[in-house]
Write a protein of this length. Structure first.
Length: 148
């Protein structure tokens, strides 16, 4: 099998929806496989603060400053990764305290495995508090922002 034929098979696999290709001809056997990414990332959860249990309101959660639950809705991290408030180091932040947002407003990025995942507000309102620090490691469910 020629190198050009292998490259063509690689291009075909990359452009297709297939994740794996096995080519067999005579004594030649070639296995090609795309890097697979997990299922689509879940949407960020929004947790109405008033629905949290009394126990949760007494214990500070990751990314939360202080132990009392403030009114509003929290945008939480949909995955484990690194929180970024702006698209790049020399670019303005996505949102600031006092900014109005709607469901589709991108409020931050969570980087996971070198993939930048946009996190949307998921609810309309005003940014009341930004709970995570730029470049902070976050876990699934970490509170990132509070929207009222």
């Amino acid at each position: 099998m020629e190198l050009e034929q292998i490259k063509e098979l690689m291009r075909c696999l990359e452009e297709s929806k297939l994740s794996k290709l096995v080519y067999k001809k005579g004594d030649v056997e070639l296995h090609l496989e795309k890097e697979s990414f997990a299922a689509p990332m879940p949407r960020p959860r929004t947790v109405p603060a008033e629905t949290e249990s009394a126990f949760q309101s007494e214990v500070p959660l990751k990314g939360e400053r202080g132990g009392n639950v403030a009114p509003g809705t929290y945008v939480t991290s949909p995955m484990v990764g690194t929180f970024y408030a702006s698209p790049g180091p020399d670019q303005p932040v996505f949102v600031k305290v006092g900014d109005s947002v709607d469901e589709n407003t991108v409020v931050c990025i969570v980087e996971a495995m070198k993939v930048l995942n946009e996190v949307k507000a998921g609810i309309s309102g005003t940014v009341a508090e930004i709970l995570a620090e730029n470049a902070q490691a976050v876990e699934f469910g970490t509170r990132l922002l509070r929207i009222v």
